[in-house]
Design a protein. Structure first.
Ligand SMILES: Cc1cc2nc3c(=O)[nH]c(=O)nc-3n(C[C@H](O)[C@H](O)[C@H](O)COP(=O)(O)OP(=O)(O)OC[C@H]3O[C@@H](n4cnc5c(N)ncnc54)[C@H](O)[C@@H]3O)c2cc1C
Ligand code: SF4
Lengths: 289, 566
C-alpha cells in the first residue's frame, strides 16, 4: 500500500494565537501557521491504514517553505515515511482550482515514482479552517479521475481484492450511515466522526513500534521532505498561482464585534446568602423580562 | 503469530493467537513475562492502566528473600538503581496506648531471610518494569499493551483457550497467566476465587506525604541513602484489628494502615479515619511537624491474606494464576510480603510452561507450576502448617476472649512486665510471627498492655490536619467512563449493602460526595433504608465487591482512577 495524505497549513485560529489588525483583518505575519485542524481526521484514517495494512505513507502539501513545520507535525501524528511540499512563488495566491491542478500533478508524479503499483489511496481532510470551501479534495480527485468516498467514518481495506469498504455519513448526517465499496486506487475524505479501530493486539503493537520509529524520523524531518516547484512538476505558470485561478475574491468583510459587554460574577454554591441573592436576581429573567 | 485477518471494522474473522498471554503488569505479570521472554516464548502482556502502575497501590517494601528462587533484581538487572526509593535498613514496632508508646527494634525479623529490601512507589516501579517487559517480549513477537482490559476467559467446549477483552477481539493462547492482582476477574471467572468472605482479606489504605528535600535522613536519623520502616499497633485504631506503617521514600513518606476487612466491616470503621488516627498521633509529630502537611495522594486496595486465601491449586486448563490473584500475599506478623511472592510465582509459572513445552505437552504447565510452588517452599510460607494448627486453637471466639481477658488481667499484665524487653526478641521470632492468630490479642490487646505497662509518654505534639475525604477525592485524577459504571448494586437494601457506606475508603456516613450513600425511600407509605452508588469517585479498592451485594468489575482499559504515586 502507498497512501498520500493531503494537508495544509492554516492560521492558528485558537484564542491567544490569532492576531487581527485594527480593522479586524487577519494578520498572517503575526499568526502562527499550524496544520489544518480537520486534516487530523485524514491523518487518523491514513494511520489506521498503515497500521492495519502496512505500507508507506507520504504527506503532501502545497504552500510556502514555512509549511515544513506543518509537515513535521503531520509526520509525527501519522507516522509518515516521507513528505512532499509543492512550493514555488509561481503558485502563490492560488485558489482551490489552481491548487487542485498542482496537487493532481504532484500525485501523478509520485504515482510514477512509486515502485510496484503506484499510489493506492489519497486521504484528504474535511475543509480547511481558513477557506472553508471543501473544494480542494474533490477537485483533486476529479483531476485524478478516481472514485471518491466522502464523509467516511470507518474503513476496511482488502488489498488482495483491491477494494475498499467504508461506512459513510449520508449527506454528512450522523443519524444516517451507509456502507459503500470502491476499487483501489481511490480518494477518501475522512469525516470528523472518523474513528480508527484497532481490535487486534498486533495492530496496537505495530502502532507502538511506529510511534517509536517516527519520533526519531520527525526530529530530522527536513531530510525526509522533498520540495517540488513548477519546473519540477512541468507545470505551465499560466495554469497555476494567481494567473491560473478563476476565483476572484472581491473583498473580505470582517464580522463586527458583538456589541454586548458581559460581566461575570462568581458565586460560591456553598454560600447560602449569595445563592439566595442570585436566585432573586434571576427570577424576573425567567419571566422573559 | 498467525496473521490477523480483518473483518468489517476489524471485527470477526479468525482469532489472533499468541503462545502466552499475561494479564496484568504488576510485579507478578512483569516477572512472568520477562521469564517467558527469556525462554523464547512469544508473549503478549495486557494491562488495563494507562500506564503500568497507574492502578496499583502497595505499602511499599519489596523484599528479595534469600530462599526465593526468583527476585525482582535477578529478573530485571538494574531494578534497585532505577526503580526504587530507599533500601530499608531499620525496622521498628511501636506499641501504642493513648499517648504511651513502647518501641521494639525488630530489624532482626526484617532481616531474616532477606537479601535486600527497598521502599518503592508503584507508579514509578511498575512503569519502569513495563518498559523492560515490552522490550523483551517484543523480541519474541509479542509485546506489552496498556489500556486493554481483559474481561474474561475464552472457552471452547468448556475448556479455557484464551482471553476475551473489552478493547480487542478474543485472543487464543497456549498459556494464560492471570497476574491481574487482587479481585482477579480471571480467577473468579475460572471459579477459583469468590469474593464472599471478608475474613480472607485485609484492606490497605495509604497516603503519600510530601517532605522537603533532605528531610528523611535528618528526621529519621539514617544515613543519606538509607531508609527505615515504622509499624504501629495498639489502641489507636478503635479496636479494629490491624496496624499502621510509616515507610521512608526518597523525599516523601508512605503512611498507611492495613486492617482485617471483617474487622473494618464489623466495627463499622471509617478507613480514612483510621488512617487519620495514625497521621495525627503525637508520635508522628517528630516527622511531620515542621511544615504544612501536604498529601500527594490518597489510595486504597484490598490485600489477600494468604493464610486463608492462597489457592492450593492455582491453575485450570491453560490458565495459571500468580500473585494477589492467587491469594499469594503473606502477612508475616507485621511484615507484609506480596510483591516478592508475586515475582516468585511469575518466575515459576514461566519455568513450568517451558518445562511442559520441552516435554511436548504444554497442557501440563499448571500441574508443574503447582508442584514448584510446593517444592520451592512458597506454599509453606503462604499457608504455614504451623498457622493452621495455631489458628485451630486460637481463633474461635471463646479462646480469643480468654487470652484477651487473661492478658488484660493482673496476671497477664504481670507477665508482660516480667518479660519486659525480652518481648522484643519474641516479636522478632520468624517462627512466632508466622502463626499470629487473627484475634484482637496480638493486634490490639497485647500492644496496648505492653504500652501501658512498659511504655513512656510521647512528649511530641502533632498538629497535622489531614485533608477531608472530599479534598482527597478532589486531588485524584479520574477518566470517568460516563454512562458505563463498572460496579452495580445487586441488592440495595441497607442490610445487604449498607456496610459499604462505612467500609468504602471514599465513602462515609453522612458524606454525600463518595461512592456509597444511605438513603430513605418511601414506597406505599413504608419507609425503607437503602444505599445508592455513584462509581465516579471509586478508587477501585475492591472492598465493596466483598462487603456488599454487587456486580463488580474493573473499569474498561484506561478508564477510572489513575494513581501518580501508588
Ligand atoms: C496498603 C498496602 C500495603 C502493602 N504493602 C506491601 C509491602 O510493604 N510489601 C509487599 O510486598 N506487598 C505489599 N502489599 C501487597 C502488594 O501490593 C501486592 O501483593 C502486589 O502488588 C501483588 O502483585 P501482583 O502482580 O500480583 O498484582 P498487582 O500489583 O495488583 O498487579 C495487577 C495488575 O493487573 C492489572 N489488571 C487487573 N485486572 C486486569 C484486567 N482485567 N485486564 C488487564 N489488566 C488487569 C492491574 O492494573 C495491575 O497492573 C501492600 C498492599 C497494599 C494495598
Ligand atoms: S466503590 Fe467499592 S471498589 Fe470503589 S472505592 Fe468504594 S469500596 Fe472500593
Amino acid at each position: 500500500m502507498h497512501t498520500v495524505v493531503l494537508t495544509k497549513g492554516v492560521p492558528d485560529f485558537r484564542e491567544g494565537q490569532v492576531a487581527f489588525d485594527e480593522d479586524g483583518h487577519l494578520e498572517r505575519g503575526a499568526t502562527p501557521t499550524v496544520m489544518n485542524p480537520n486534516d487530523k481526521h485524514a491523518l487518523r484514517a491514513a494511520l489506521q491504514t498503515k497500521v492495519r495494512n502496512g505500507g508507506h505513507v507520504s504527506l503532501m502539501s502545497m504552500g510556502p517553505p514555512g509549511f515544513k513545520e506543518v509537515l513535521q507535525e503531520g509526520m509525527e501524528s501519522v507516522y509518515a515515511d516521507d513528505a512532499y511540499l509543492v512550493s514555488d512563488r509561481a503558485f502563490a495566491a492560488a485558489d482551490t482550482w489552481a491548487t487542485s491542478i498542482a496537487l493532481t500533478t504532484a500525485i501523478e508524479r509520485l504515482d510514477e515514482h512509486v515502485a510496484e503499483g503506484g499510489v493506492d489511496m489519497v486521504f484528504a481532510g474535511f475543509k480547511t479552517a481558513d477557506g472553508e470551501t471543501g473544494h480542494t479534495g474533490p477537485q483533486t480527485c476529479w483531476g485524478l479521475d478516481w472514485p471518491i468516498l466522502t464523509h467516511v467514518v470507518s474503513l476496511d481495506i482488502d488489498e488482495e481484492a483491491g477494494r475498499v469498504r467504508a461506512k459513510r455519513l449520508v449527506e454528512g448526517d450522523i443519524e444516517e450511515i451507509e456502507t459503500v465499496e470502491a476499487p483501489l486506487p481511490c480518494f477518501v475524505v475522512a469525516d470528523p466522526e472518523f474513528e480508527p479501530t484497532y481490535r487486534k493486539a498486533a495492530h496496537r503493537l505495530t502502532h507502538k513500534d511506529l510511534r517509536e520509529e517516527t519520533q526519531e524520523r520527525a526530529q530530522n524531518h527536513e531530510e525526509h521532505v522533498t520540495v517540488w516547484d513548477h519546473e519540477e512538476l512541468n507545470l505551465d505558470p499560466d495554469y497555476v498561482g494567481l494567473d491560473g485561478s478563476p476565483t476572484i475574491v472581491s473583498s473580505v468583510d470582517p464580522i463586527p464585534r458583538a456589541p454586548a459587554e458581559r460581566d461575570a460574577t462568581m458565586v460560591d454554591p456553598d454560600d447560602g446568602e449569595a445563592m439566595r441573592e442570585l436566585v432573586e436576581e434571576m427570577v424576573p429573567l425567567a419571566g422573559g423580562e | 503469530m498467525s496473521e490477523p485477518t480483518d473483518g468489517a471494522s476489524g471485527g470477526d474473522g479468525e482469532y489472533e493467537h499468541y503462545e502466552a498471554v499475561v494479564v496484568g503488569c504488576g510485579p507478578g505479570g512483569a516477572a512472568a513475562a520477562a521469564a517467558l521472554a527469556d525462554e523464547g516464548v512469544e508473549t503478549l502482556v495486557l494491562e488495563r492502566g494507562v500506564d503500568a502502575g497507574a492502578k496499583n497501590v502497595s505499602g511499599g517494601l519489596i523484599y528479595a528473600e534469600e530462599s526465593a528462587p526468583y527476585t525482582i533484581d535477578g529478573l530485571f538487572p538494574g531494578f534497585r538503581e532505577a526503580a526504587t526509593e530507599r533500601p530499608v535498613t531499620e525496622y521498628h514496632l511501636h506499641n501504642v496506648a493513648g499517648s504511651q508508646v513502647k518501641s521494639f527494634d525488630i530489624t532482626d525479623l526484617h532481616e531474616h531471610d532477606t537479601d535486600w529490601c527497598d521502599a518503592v512507589l508503584r507508579r514509578e516501579m511498575d512503569s519502569w518494569l513495563a518498559e523492560r517487559v515490552h522490550e523483551r517480549t517484543r523480541e519474541t513477537g509479542g509485546g506489552l499493551l496498556t489500556e486493554v482490559k481483559v474481561d474474561g476467559l475464552l472457552r471452547e467446549e468448556g475448556e479455557i483457550v484464551g482471553v476475551t477483552c473489552e478493547e480487542l477481539d478474543p485472543i487464543r493462547a497456549d498459556l494464560v497467566v492471570a497476574a491481574d492482582g487482587v479481585n482477579s476477574e480471571l480467577a473468579r471467572d475460572a471459579g477459583l476465587m469468590d469474593w464472599e468472605e471478608p475474613e480472607e482479606w485485609f484492606q490497605g489504605v495509604k497516603a503519600v506525604v510530601d517532605l522537603p528535600d533532605g528531610a528523611v535522613p535528618e528526621r529519621f536519623d539514617v544515613e543519606g541513602g538509607e531508609g527505615v520502616a515504622h509499624l504501629f499497633s495498639g489502641d489507636l485504631f478503635d479496636g479494629v484489628r490491624g496496624g499502621g506503617f510509616v515507610y521512608t521514600n526518597e523525599d516523601s513518606l508512605s503512611i498507611g494502615s492495613v486492617f482485617h476487612l471483617d474487622s473494618v466491616a464489623a466495627e463499622r470503621a471509617e478507613p480514612h479515619e483510621l488512617l487519620d488516627a495514625l497521621l495525627t498521633h503525637p508520635f508522628l509529630g517528630q516527622w511531620l511537624a515542621d511544615e504544612e502537611y501536604e498529601e500527594r495522594e490518597y489510595s486504597a486496595k484490598l490485600v489477600p491474606d494468604s493464610k486463608k486465601a492462597a489457592l492450593q491449586s492455582p491453575h485450570q486448563d491453560r490458565l495459571v494464576v500468580v500473585g494477589d490473584a492467587a491469594g499469594q500475599m503473606q502477612a508475616q506478623g507485621p511484615i507484609i510480603k506480596g510483591m516478592n511472592h508475586a515475582v516468585t510465582a511469575g518466575g515459576l509459572a514461566a519455568e513450568a510452561y517451558a518445562q511442559a513445552k520441552a516435554r511436548g505437552d504444554t497442557s501440563r504447565a499448571g500441574e508443574f507450576y503447582e508442584r514448584k510452588l510446593h517444592d520451592e517452599g512458597v506454599m509453606e510460607k503462604l499457608r504455614p502448617r504451623r498457622y493452621e494448627v495455631a489458628s485451630a486453637l486460637g481463633e474461635p471466639e471463646p479462646f480469643a476472649n480468654l487470652t484477651d481477658a487473661v492478658l488484660d488481667s493482673a496476671v497477664g499484665r504481670f507477665g508482660v512486665r516480667l518479660l519486659g524487653d525480652r518481648l522484643e526478641r519474641l516479636y522478632s521470632s520468624p517462627a512466632l510471627s508466622m502463626m499470629v492468630p487473627d484475634t484482637r490479642t496480638p493486634y490490639v490487646t497485647l500492644p496496648t498492655v505492653i504500652a501501658e505497662e512498659l511504655g513512656a509518654p510521647v512528649d511530641e505534639t502533632n498538629d497535622v490536619e489531614p485533608p477531608s475525604l472530599a479534598d482527597r477525592i478532589g486531588d485524584l485524577t479520574y477518566d470517568t467512563d460516563v454512562g458505563n459504571p463498572h460496579i452495580e448494586l445487586r441488592d440495595d437494601s441497607a442490610a445487604a449493602s449498607g456496610t459499604a457506606v462505612t467500609a468504602c475508603p471514599v465513602s462515609a456516613e453522612g458524606f454525600g460526595g463518595g461512592c456509597y450513600r444511605r438513603e430513605t425511600v418511601e414506597s406505599n407509605g413504608e419507609r425503607e433504608e437503602v444505599v445508592s452508588l455513584d462509581t465516579q469517585p471509586c478508587i477501585e479498592c475492591g472492598t465493596c465487591a466483598v462487603v456488599a451485594e454487587t456486580e463488580w468489575e474493573h473499569p474498561r482499559g484506561g478508564k477510572g482512577v489513575e494513581f501518580e504515586e501508588g
